[in-house]
Design a protein around this ligand. Structure first.
Ligand SMILES: [Zn+2]
Length: 90
């Protein structure tokens, strides 16, 4: 039986570096030029740029970080990000 190569996915920009909050985002949520993380809930509410409604505390959502401006992170409802990607045709 051939052994599968255990190839680590090379998506983490800072292996062993400072931790970006949350976990890796699902593959469908990736967008070129952006770091996408899953947040399992924040301690404060954010405004989702997709629907202009609150992402409530403790609600799982996505955090989108432009690679060019990593401080400009945005908190999106998972579904709003899905719609956004569809709208952009990605
Ligand atoms: Zn939203």
């Amino acid at each position: 039986m051939p052994r599968k190569k255990n190839r680590a996915r090379e998506r983490a920009p800072h292996p062993g570096g400072p931790k970006v909050m949350g976990a890796e985002a699902p593959e469908w949520a990736e967008r070129p030029g952006f770091e996408v993380r899953t947040s399992f809930g924040s301690t404060k509410a954010y405004r989702c740029p997709g629907c202009d409604h609150e992402v409530r505390e403790g609600v799982q959502h996505l955090v989108i970080l432009p690679r060019e401006a990593i401080d400009e992170r945005r908190h999106w409802h998972t579904e709003c990000w899905r719609i956004e990607l569809r709208r952009l045709g990605i």
